[in-house]
Structure formats: structure tokens, C-alpha cells
Design a protein around this ligand. Structure first.
Ligand SMILES: [Zn+2]
Ligand SMILES: [Zn+2]
Length: 435
């Protein structure tokens, strides 16, 4: 396996398990990539074997997801309406509207998904657009044709297919010459280079319109749900040889903007002032609090957040990029969404468990039980457990333990956080009460 599988630990074990069937010995080799998740497992290899499997959480209230399951289930064995017992009350409606009924009353997979329904359907309800990586090395030469190397999911393409990127396909090295975001295509040529590349990027995640507001139990603070704009800028890349940066290249690529849905929580102004008064870095605190929330939310794998990068937060010169004091979670583009809405619906309970996890955790500076996320895009370098605890305590309107405030940061960093600006509220939005 080259790189930790996107599907997580379950995928990893499944892929490794495919080797050596029929009682024959086999060896599975996992070559760690440079992604944070790979670094995590390189540091804690025992988790590859010992870590308990996360519970599979499927939102069977979502008809989109349920239909996908029915199409696949009916492919294995034709279904009847009595299968409602397993698939819930929407089974009948979906069987009749989306599956194919035969003369004897059995329901079969809709022919448009044949011969392999699982290929058309992502069982978790997540479908991603793809970019084409096209080898144009021989174009313009006699008989030379462009050749499709592979399809790269949108969420990876931005970080693998940028101009100047070294792209490895089946052990052969290519250089990315040109990328078109309109036609979702990258042109690559064969090149024998002895370096690799690592993109440098940031993503701004901004709330643009509030569509729902929800009470947080016992607190005057509110949770918000609505339209969110994502803007990712790959502003350069490093050329790396033998683990050392040999050159930093600036790129002037247009930001990649897309809109999605998300939920957010604002850090109250007095809390920001309190953090500042005690020299607790607000970016560290917000990043830690965001991860703490995700760590306690079952569908977190399908949510994104604004990860804070050390390169930005600990920059010597003051950054022009000031970010709002806001914990924000979004449905990654290319997904059918709905996960941020779930997080919004369960916001109070999730905040409470997140705060509790920090309070009882015996680690010093944060671990995967409290504020560290193996999925952090920025390696969890920007974090502060006490700051995260203060923010969650404030949002839940609990009294802040004065002992926490004795902490003093050693790092001199510029403040990159400003008070969260108000967000436009759609007409007719009323505050939803906690039951
Ligand atoms: Zn911890
Ligand atoms: Zn992060």
C-alpha cells in the first residue's frame, strides 16, 4: 500500500487481508506517504493492529444514503418489502420508486447501476468529482497521443496536481505542466527528477449566510448553520530532496473557491480578551477546541475544519491574513452534505463530551483522546489544551476554573485572530430550542 488508504483503518486492514488467502503466508507492505495521517501511523505503528475499529455510523434517515444501500443489497439477493425490518420505514417507498420490481414481486437493482452497483454508489453517501491526470509527453511527436494516467479525487487533486508538482504514477515520475480547473484536467510530462514536491496552501472557511440558529443548552451562546464558502490557495511548494527543502517556489494560482454547507460557533469577545490577557494564543485554542469537538462527533470523518498551520501562526512578521474567532465545520465539497447539519443538531451534547474529554484527560499538551486529530491537515502543531478548554467552557457558559489561567505561553506569536464578524441571516430564521 502506498500511502494510508483514504478509507481509514478499516480499509487498511481489508487491503492487507486480501493478501495471502487460502492459508498461505503473505506479507503486506505499507509505505508511509507524507500526509499527516501517514505520519501519525509511522509514529504509532501499534495502532495499525491494536486500534479498535470505529463504529460504523450510517445515517439511515437520509434517503440518498439508504437508496444506495438498497441498490447494493438487492444486487446480492433480491429484496422484498419485509426487508423493512432491516432497512427502516422508508424501504417501501424507495423500493417502489428506485428499484426494479419483477413479476413475482421481488425488487432488483435498478439496471442503470449494473453490472456493479457499488461502483456507482458510495455507500456513505459521499461522491467526489475527479480530475484527470493526462500524460502529454508524446503529444506533437509522430503517433503521439495523450494518455490518461489516472483519475484523482478533487480533494487530493489540488495538493497533487499543481504546476511544477512531481507526480508519481506506478513508479514513474511526471512533472505537472498545466492544470485547468475548468476542464478538470492536468497535463503531465515524463521527467527524471531527483526531488519531490510538497504544496504549501491555506484554506479560508467563511460563513456567508445563516440559515438555522440553535440554542446551546444552558448558555446564551448560539450555534449556527448555513452557507459556507471555502477558498483554498496553493501559494507555492517546496522541492524536497532526501528530506531537505532545496527550494521554495511561489505559485500564483487562482484560489479554488467552492460553496458548501457548514455549522459554526463563535468565540465570545470576553473569552478572546481573557485569552489575550493570559497570553494564550487564540489560534491554538480555537484549533484545539475544533478538534476536540470533531473527536467526539461520530461522523467527523466527513466534516472539514479550518486547520491552523504553524508556518502561518508562528510567522516572524505579522500576518495580513486575520481569521475570525470561530469554530467552523463544513461538508467537504463533492459530498452530498448533511453531516454538518447532524453536528448542528447534536451541538450541545457534542460540546459537553468534548469539554469533558479535555477535563478528564491526563495528557499534558493534548493527545488523540482530547484535542489532537489524526486527520489534522497541519500535523496538530498549533494547539493549546488549556485554551481549548477555556473556549469550550465559555461556549457552554460554565464557570472558568481560575487555575487554568496560571498557564503562560512561552511562544511569542502574533495574534492572527479577530472577533468573528456578524453573518447575514436568511429571512424568517428562528432560534431552535434544545429539548
Ligand atoms: Zn489528552
Ligand atoms: Zn487541524
Amino acid at each position: 500500500m502506498l500511502g494510508f488508504p483514504m478509507g481509514g483503518i478499516a480499509s487498511f486492514r481489508q487491503q492487507a487481508g486480501r493478501a495471502g488467502r487460502r492459508a498461505r503466508d503473505a506479507l503486506a507492505v505499507y509505505v508511509a506517504d507524507g500526509f499527516p495521517v501517514d505520519k501519525h501511523y509511522a509514529a504509532y505503528p501499534e495502532e495499525l493492529f491494536d486500534k479498535p475499529m470505529n463504529d460504523i455510523v450510517i445515517d439511515l434517515d437520509s434517503k440518498i444514503i439508504l437508496e444506495a444501500h438498497l441498490q447494493c443489497a438487492a444486487f446480492e439477493v433480491p429484496m422484498t418489502l419485509s426487508d423493512e425490518e432491516y432497512f427502516g420505514p422508508s424501504t417501501k417507498e424507495l423500493c417502489e420508486s428506485s428499484l426494479k420490481k419483477d413479476a413475482e414481486g421481488w425488487y432488483h437493482t435498478n439496471t442503470k447501476f449494473l453490472p456493479y452497483p457499488s461502483k456507482h454508489i458510495s455507500l456513505r453517501g459521499v461522491e467526489e468529482e475527479k480530475y484527470l491526470a493526462v500524460d502529454v509527453t508524446r503529444v506533437g511527436k509522430p503517433g503521439g497521443q495523450p494518455r490518461i494516467l489516472e483519475e484523482v479525487e478533487l480533494s487530493r487533486s489540488l495538493f497533487e496536481l499543481y504546476e511544477g508538482a512531481v507526480f508519481i504514477h506506478q513508479g514513474v515520475t511526471f512533472l505537472v505542466k498545466e492544470v485547468s480547473h475548468d476542464s478538470k484536467m492536468a497535463r503531465l510530462i515524463r521527467a527524471d527528477v531527483n526531488w519531490t514536491t510538497e504544496p504549501r496552501d491555506f484554506t479560508n472557511i467563511d460563513a456567508v449566510q445563516t440559515k438555522r440558529i440553535r440554542e446551546i443548552k444552558g448558555s446564551p451562546q448560539r450555534a449556527f448553520y448555513g452557507r459556507v464558502e471555502l477558498m483554498t490557495t496553493v501559494y507555492g511548494y517546496f522541492k524536497i530532496r532526501n528530506g531537505a527543502v532545496i527550494e521554495g517556489v511561489e505559485l500564483d494560482t487562482p484560489p479554488w473557491e467552492r460553496e458548501t454547507t457548514g455549522m459554526w460557533l463563535d468565540v465570545p469577545k470576553p473569552t478572546l480578551q481573557l485569552l489575550e490577557a493570559h497570553a494564550i494564543n487564540a489560534a491554538e485554542a480555537i484549533h484545539g477546541a475544533s478538534h476536540a469537538f470533531l473527536n467526539q462527533f461520530a461522523l467527523a470523518k466527513d466534516l472539514g475544519t479550518e486547520c491552523k498551520a504553524a508556518e502561518k501562526e508562528y510567522k516572524v512578521s505579522e500576518s495580513k491574513r486575520k481569521r475570525p474567532a470561530r469554530l467552523i465545520f463544513y461538508d467537504p465539497s463533492g459530498t452530498s452534505g448533511g453531516v454538518a447539519a447532524k453536528a448542528f443538531d447534536h451541538v450541545s451534547a457534542t460540546l459537553e463530551t468534548a469539554l469533558n474529554a479535555i477535563e478528564v484527560c491526563e495528557c499534558e499538551e493534548g493527545c488523540t483522546k482530547c484535542i489532537v486529530s489524526p486527520a489534522c491537515r497541519e500535523n496538530n502543531l498549533v494547539k493549546n489544551k488549556i485554551g481549548a478548554q477555556i473556549i469550550l467552557t465559555a461556549i457552554l457558559n460554565r464557570p472558568i476554573d481560575v487555575d487554568l489561567l496560571e498557564y503562560c505561553s512561552e511562544l511569542e506569536a502574533h495574534n492572527t485572530i479577530v472577533e468573528a464578524p456578524p453573518v447575514d441571516v436568511a429571512a424568517g430564521v428562528e432560534v431552535e430550542k434544545e429539548q
